[in-house]
Design a binder for this molecule. Structure first.
Ligand code: SAM
Ligand code: SF4
Ligand code: FES
Length: 327
């Protein structure tokens, strides 16, 4: 699609039903009815950065911090593998405790389970990304968050848009399946910039794109900003499916936080991936990126059963392979 066409659709709600149906159809034709489940391990909520929207930002002193050691991460990994997960996602704040050697050890151990491994641990150097890849990591998630450079600068003190982009192109060049995405509903974000976000996903040839509505967190500078709009986030996601037909697109947790049926609606509007949490209760509430996160009182077995039930209820199936991008 041309940029203006994307902007027109984003600005006009009269064609929403058509858009969601069209994205669902494109999803079915290109990636089929299978839903890929990725088991998510949020292994540290310690972060050195200051993203203005995020509850894990280092200056939030209200949050109780935790960091799992290798053996504990492996314990959750093993449990998830026993539950049938074929992909694990290791996510954290930018926590320098896990230096390259520690990460390599964790990656090598997890890869012994013969599953696909995704990392989502922030901005690193080319050499670090290369070392993780050589150790066996398959995929990496790093949202661009917004392609509006002014807004990016405002939201991310002491970091640069250029470096974020550099990271994504490094990941691509190293052969990672590269996931990116954006937040929808940041203060002063425009439909023009959301259209640019979608064009950026295309330019990068992203293998996976996660779209999440912004949700205001009390202990951040954006505490008083309004939440992003569920339907606008869904439209950005649907347009992403139409413009990048064969990629993997998750139905994000943030969508379900704003709408109790959020992930099912997303799965019927272009999404084909869900990332259930596989850690136990003691950590879930502490990984409070934003308030009201779903699943904080459930255990991994409950989440697995819950999401499987929902997926089957809409006539879809659970994939049994590792779910790489179909090329
Ligand atoms: N630290 C890594 C990074 O930033 O890439 C990974 C963890 S970070 C918590 C994962 C994602 O959470 C970010 O890419 C961001 O889009 C999302 N996020 C953070 N704060 C949020 C908020 N208030 N509302 C919605 N999503 C948020
Ligand atoms: Fe840290 Fe990621 Fe949150 Fe930014 S979005 S403060 S890098 S955890
Ligand atoms: Fe966690 Fe439904 S997926 S309770």
């Amino acid at each position: 699609m041309k940029k203006q066409e994307i902007i027109d659709i984003l600005s006009d709600n009269s064609k929403n039903d058509w858009l969601f149906k069209e994205a669902d159809q494109v999803r079915r034709e290109n990636v089929g009815d299978e839903v890929h489940l990725r088991g998510l391990i949020e292994f540290s909520n310690i972060c050195k950065r200051q993203c203005k929207y995020c509850g894990l930002r280092s200056s939030n002193k209200e949050i109780e911090r935790y960091r799992m050691l290798k053996d504990e991460i492996l314990l959750y990994a093993k449990k998830a593998v026993n539950m049938g997960y074929q992909t694990l996602v290791l996510q954290s704040g930018e926590d320098d405790y896990y230096d390259t050697d520690k990460m390599i050890e964790i990656i090598r151990e997890i890869k012994k389970f013969d599953i696909a491994l995704t990392l989502s641990i922030g901005e690193k150097t080319y050499d670090e990304y290369k070392a993780f890849k050589d150790a066996g990591a398959d995929r990496y998630l790093l949202r661009i968050e917004t392609t509006d450079e002014e807004l990016y600068k405002n939201m991310h003190p002491n970091t640069s848009f250029e470096n974020r982009k550099r990271c994504l192109y490094d990941l691509k060049s190293l052969g990672y399946e590269t996931g990116t995405g954006c937040l929808v509903g940041l203060p002063n974000q425009t439909t023009d910039s959301l259209a640019n976000d979608i064009l950026f996903f295309k330019e990068l040839d992203a293998d996976m794109v996660g779209i999440g509505p912004f949700i205001a967190h009390e202990q951040t500078p954006l505490a008083k900003s309004p939440n992003g709009d569920f339907w606008l986030a869904l439209k950005v996601m649907a347009l992403t499916r139409i413009n990048l037909p064969d990629i993997n697109i998750p139905a994000t947790t943030a969508m379900e936080t704003l709408n109790p049926q959020g992930r099912i609606i997303a799965l019927q509007s272009g999404a084909n991936v869900v990332m259930p949490n596989v850690t136990s209760k003691e950590y879930r509430a502490k990984y409070e990126i934003y308030p009201g996160k779903i699943c904080i009182n459930e255990n991994p077995e409950q989440c697995r059963g819950c999401i499987e039930g929902k997926i089957i209820s809409i006539g879809r199936t659970i994939a049994t392979d590792k779910g790489f991008r179909k090329i």
